[in-house]
Design a protein around this ligand. Structure first.
Ligand SMILES: Cc1ncc(COP(=O)(O)OP(=O)(O)O)c(N)n1
Ligand SMILES: Cc1nc(C(=O)O)sc1CCOP(=O)(O)O
Ligand SMILES: [Mg+2]
Length: 217
């Protein structure tokens, strides 16, 4: 999992009339190498159906599949892992059930990042870097300084998230991010594949700020 650069999260509210699998396939073709199913609205049977379809898609393209919030669903569809926030099931509890599968933890300050790393998270989310339209119950933007702190102090993979667009991704990379996650900029794009290709291009051509090169290769 160390190699991923672009992480895509589903949100069907931003692509009405386009199928979730079709949108995420374009994202994968553009360079997304982790897909997360994040759906707070579907009934359990619908969610299971979407999870099964995305599992099939991600297997076909040999990319990772993560389920947001739901450990049992992740296990049921044999996802590669689960993503949990600070108010979700604890990492220790999730680890008992997920065994060696991946567990990602959202963090909003360095103490949370250090704790997640110490407790065995496989990766952390770092954000919200900027204001986001996608999630209302989220802390205030943490800004680029938190991205730089994580780059300097944390060894496990860290993915910057929250309000990241093609027009500001260079700043996030310059602050030390090496992995980027975006929701609306990807799934809401009329050209999902090209948008992802542009993110990948930015990441591969990142400018490293003096002192912000971080510890994550
Ligand atoms: C990669 C990534 N980072 C952060 C989050 C947010 O998780 P959480 O804080 O649990 O909030 P919800 O997504 O559940 O609303 C994420 N899903 N993925
Ligand atoms: C799901 C989520 N978690 C966040 C966090 O900071 O933990 S920000 C976020 C939404 C990101 O969506 P967009 O790329 O559209 O701003
Ligand atoms: Mg959550």
């Amino acid at each position: 999992m160390n190699q991923f650069q672009l992480y895509g999260i589903t949100d069907e509210r931003f692509h009405p009339g386009r199928d979730i699998v079709e949108v995420m396939e374009q994202a994968i073709l553009g360079g997304v190498s982790i897909v997360q199913l994040r759906d707070k609205w579907s009934a359990p049977d619908e969610l299971l159906h979407k999870a099964r379809r995305l599992r099939e898609l991600t297997r076909k393209h040999e990319v990772l599949f993560i389920v947001n919030d739901h450990v049992e669903l992740a296990l049921e569809v044999d996802a590669d892992g689960v993503h949990l926030g600070q108010d979700d099931l604890s990492l220790a509890e999730a680890r008992k059930q997920m065994k060696s599968k991946l567990i990602g933890i959202s963090t909003h300050r360095i103490e949370e990042a250090i704790a997640a790393q110490r407790e065995g998270a496989d990766y952390i989310g770092v954000g919200p870097v900027y204001a986001t339209q996608t999630k209302s119950d989220v802390v205030a933007p943490v800004g680029l300084s938190y991205v730089s702190e994580v780059a300097a102090e944390i060894d496990i993979p860290a993915v910057a998230i929250g309000g990241i667009k093609l027009h500001n991704v260079a700043d996030v990379l310059q602050a030390g991010a090496r992995r980027i996650c975006a929701v609306t900029e990807i799934v809401g794009s009329p050209q999902v594949r090209q948008t992802c290709e542009a993110f990948i291009h930015a990441i591969r051509n990142q400018a490293v700020a003096p002192g912000a090169s971080g510890r994550q290769g």
